[in-house]
Design a protein around this ligand. Structure first.
Ligand SMILES: Nc1ncnc2c1ncn2[C@@H]1O[C@H](COP(=O)(O)OP(=O)(O)OP(=O)(O)O)[C@@H](O)[C@H]1O
Length: 259
């Protein structure tokens, strides 16, 4: 459903992502890992059409159901994001409107697909929130984002993505701004999300626990290149590239030190 072909992305004259190729199949969860600054977020933003003023695609294709998004205009992207592609950010609370009640945010989002009553919107929102293990959805619907904790807001953002029944969810480090115990709750919620939606998930993350628990395929980026790609088992247990081997040995060392 999503095919990235020979994609290169630059900010100004500086090329950040170099000739990346990979694909995401329907319903599949793909995690992109790699060191800080390797271009993971830039890659995700390019796919989401959110590179901003300085960023641009310098080569290659982003094919979504056969359509080349690399050449789409911002309006076309906006309509796809409203209907078929959803995005979840690192600081989800900040991506929501702080002065709009959560219930209203669901209704606005859902109204992109057609007219919907407050009651029906609340019902759909509460259903998604329950699937993401959020307690008291009615209270959350009446709240404003700043009234809720970081972990709750992150799960609300996942629910906002889910409620649209997208074909593809793009997630940029959805757990990394949270402390460790809260991360575990959000990971559990994301696992549930994976179980109950048919959406493919493409996620950039530093959290190898998330990768181990959720990924079907894993891509490893280093200095703007995709240096390794394979099933989660292949990449986690039998890495080939030196950089991936080093990354995995760091994770093992951290886990041993934690024990
Ligand atoms: N808006 C921007 N303008 C110019 N350069 C940028 C911009 N955003 C990111 N960069 C540069 O692009 C490079 C890759 O950044 P990117 O955020 O994609 O990496 P990353 O792998 O996601 O890192 P992290 O894991 O730390 O988020 C970095 O050198 C960064 O400074």
């Amino acid at each position: 459903m999503l095919e990235i072909k020979d994609l290169s992305v630059a900010y100004g004259n500086r090329e950040i992502v170099h000739n990346v190729d990979f694909s995401v199949q329907p319903g599949e969860t793909v995690c992109i890992v790699g060191e800080s600054g390797s271009g993971k977020s830039t890659l995700l933003k390019a796919i989401a059409g959110l590179l901003g003023q300085e960023g641009h695609i310098t080569g290659g294709r982003i094919e979504f159901d056969g359509r080349n998004l690399a050449q789409s205009d911002p309006k076309e992207y906006r309509s796809l994001r409203g209907s078929r592609i959803a995005m979840v950010y690192q600081h989800a609370g900040e991506s929501m409107d702080p002065v709009m009640r959560i219930g209203r945010q669901f209704q606005e989002e859902l109204s992109l697909k057609g007219k919907i009553s407050r009651r029906e919107s609340d019902r759909k929102a509460a259903e998604c929130m329950k699937q993401l293990l959020l307690k008291e959805p009615e209270r959350i619907l009446r709240s404003y984002p700043p009234m809720l904790s970081g972990g709750t807001n992150q799960r609300v953002a996942l629910a906002l993505a889910m409620v649209m029944e997208p074909d593809l969810i793009l997630a940029d480090e959805p757990t990394s701004a949270l402390d460790v115990t809260v991360q575990a709750e959000v990971v559990k919620a994301m696992q549930n999300m994976k179980k109950v939606t048919n959406a493919a998930i493409l996620m950039v993350t530093h959290n190898m626990g998330v990768v181990a628990q959720m990924a079907d395929k894993v891509g490893v980026m280093q200095s703007g290149k995709l240096v390794e790609w394979g099933t989660a088992e292949e990449v986690l247990l039998h890495p080939v590239h030196d950089y991936t081997k080093m990354l995995m040995s760091c994770v093992l060392r951290m886990e041993t030190e934690d024990e």
